[in-house]
Design a protein around this ligand. Sequence first.
Ligand SMILES: Cc1ncc(COP(=O)(O)O)c(C=O)c1O
Length: 361
Amino acid sequence: MKFPEQWALPHIQAIHPYTPGTQPEGDGWIKLNTNELPYPPSPRVKDAIASELDRLPLYPNPASRPLRSAIAKRFGLDNSQVIIGNGSDDLLNLLMRAFSDGQADALQTFPSYSLYPVLAAIANAKLQSVKFDKGMDLPVDELAQHPARICFLTSPNAPTGVGFSNASIRQLLSRFDGLVVVDEAYADFAEENAVELLKDHPNIVITRTFSKSYGLAGLRVGFALASSETISILDRIRDSYNVNRLSQAGALAAFEDPDYYAEVIRKVIETRERIREALIAAGWEVYPSQSNFLFARPPQKDGISGPERSLSAFEYLNARKILVRHFPSNPLTADYIRISIGTDNQMNRLMESLQSWQSNA
Ligand SMILES: Cc1ncc(COP(=O)(O)O)c(C=O)c1O
């Protein structure tokens, strides 16, 4: 007798699903593990969602038209250069499926967002990886010579927080013979972003999300900016109603409250820099961050360093209901923990716990 698993295509049977950061049950946790915003979204979001509730029997706008137009206007683009997704993961998935398969490879830098390998596996595509060295600068020469059709770049990068300059992205765009996806999930926390490169480079796609800087991870809304030709391909293969009515309304209300978000983002960056300095003063090695998290390596103690020490910090915090992220499976990431930026109170609790860990553990 056959089981459903055996009817699935062989490459689908072999997939290891993406492991999202823990969403803990129960109260009292300080959640610094999935780079969510520690502040509420714009107060306008609630009203916008409430006013859609009476219209739930009706399908949403299939192309998320009002949100597309607002985003296009803000970035000085044509409406045809914007697409909205059910989170930016939805758009990354469409990009992988449209531009790679068993015959056409995809390319990524490593380490970066750990969803890309899962999306490549679903598309049955080979995902080539170019590794960063410890400096985490963009390896333009190595990427440019790859024969892949599509290259995924996270900028600012995850989990390091390091941003890449437009000068280096521009070089890659000029030399790489394929589409370059710049995943800018964290760009609102950065000094630079790649939007100006859209003018001269038809092979760039920029993806953004409402999950981080807009505090709307629960709504699942993202968008992509690209040439009209690229957007038209993604529009052909997306679900016809890929973003629900409440999400469209909530995201639009948030997008139209830039003053609120300027203040929230300023606060996150201020806290990020304060905590980075405090960690460095306590002997930690911390990458300069252009995002809403810090990638930090604890100092050695009693001759113990590396993965053992970062795991010890992770477990000590976890036992005190402070969740951070640890990536033990690769030597480039195993020595570090990734800490999302929370409120000042949350971060003070984190620093107190880390101080007691350094003195006692
Ligand atoms: C680099 C990167 N891209 C995309 C996403 C997912 O964004 P969304 O919630 O819009 O699917 C994340 C979430 O952690 C991320 O780190």
